[in-house]
Design a protein around this ligand. Structure first.
Ligand code: ACO
Length: 227
């Protein structure tokens, strides 16, 4: 069940909105997703999988009959599927700060929303989505820092932001959410070099470009014979 992290596109937006509606009480109009993707097309990411995909084998007789008349698949109309064969399991919606009421000397990115579908949680998907977004905000949009808000009661997200990704808590914003709950306002200073994706993908392994594989094999073989 491999999960792929890739940049979000216009085609993903319905699925992102669907995931948001499933996972969070903070929901947005469709045009707000559009605004993010059109204004900062390299800042938002989705996690998708080809797991558990419906197809002709799963289709009902009616759907199979409909296939004869056009390109209809069993997943048509399912808001979890970006396209037949690709299911969205998580997203991060990010942007640069464009709020005139929050002026800042430093170029500031902002994480608007993050969520992972329930059955795909605790597998590192959110961490990977966040690391990609932080790197893109820093490298592409030159963000020097990034901000976000999180509910005080959201233990999972707090752990991710504060402990895993090392955001700092700036302050508590009283009654930030519509239901009256307080939010932690968080911030992280960005360092493009430190955020390089390679640092988090088997970073401990270093390619040895000096040694010759064939010579090494011969040397090991000789050593084995001598032993
Ligand atoms: N309790 C405690 N720690 C947790 C939990 C949990 N329920 N879930 C994940 N974590 C920890 C993991 O152990 C991991 O810690 P580690 O680095 O020490 O090993 C870290 O958080 C990252 O875990 P991931 O597997 O990457 O997180 P996951 O893919 O499960 O997604 C998320 C976490 C996004 C919070 C998910 O639970 C979710 O979608 N929740 C509902 C939506 C939500 O709350 N979104 C965030 C709102 S704030 C905002 O959008 C700006």
């Amino acid at each position: 069940m491999p999960v792929t992290i890739r940049r979000a596109t216009i085609e993903d937006m319905l699925c992102m909105q669907n995931a948001n509606l499933n996972n969070l009480p903070e929901n947005y109009l469709f045009k707000y997703y559009m605004y993010h993707i059109l204004s900062w097309p390299e800042a938002s990411f989705v996690a998708t999988t080809t797991d558990d995909v419906g197809g002709p084998a799963d289709a009902t007789l009616e759907e199979l009959a409909a296939c004869c008349e056009g390109p209809v698949s069993a997943t048509k109309g399912d808001p979890c599927y970006v396209r037949s064969g690709e299911k969205l399991v998580g997203y991060v919606l990010a942007k640069m700060n464009d709020d005139p009421s929050q002026p800042s000397e430093a170029l500031t990115g902002h994480i608007t929303s993050l969520s992972v579908m329930r059955t795909y949680r605790r597998m590192g998907v959110a961490e990977k989505l966040m690391r990609q977004a932080l790197f893109a905000l820093s490298e592409v949009y030159r963000a020097e820092q990034v901000s976000l808000h999180v509910r005080q009661s959201n233990r999972a997200a707090l752990h991710l932001y504060r402990d895993t990704l090392e955001f700092e808590v700036l302050k508590v914003e009283k009654s930030y959410y519509q239901d009256g709950e307080d939010a932690y306002a968080m911030k992280k200073t960005l360092d493009t070099e430190a955020l390089q994706p390679a640092n988090f993908q088997r970073g401990a392994e270093q390619d040895d470009l000096d040694s010759d594989l064939l010579e090494d094999l011969v040397r090991e073989g000789v050593a084995e014979v001598e032993a």
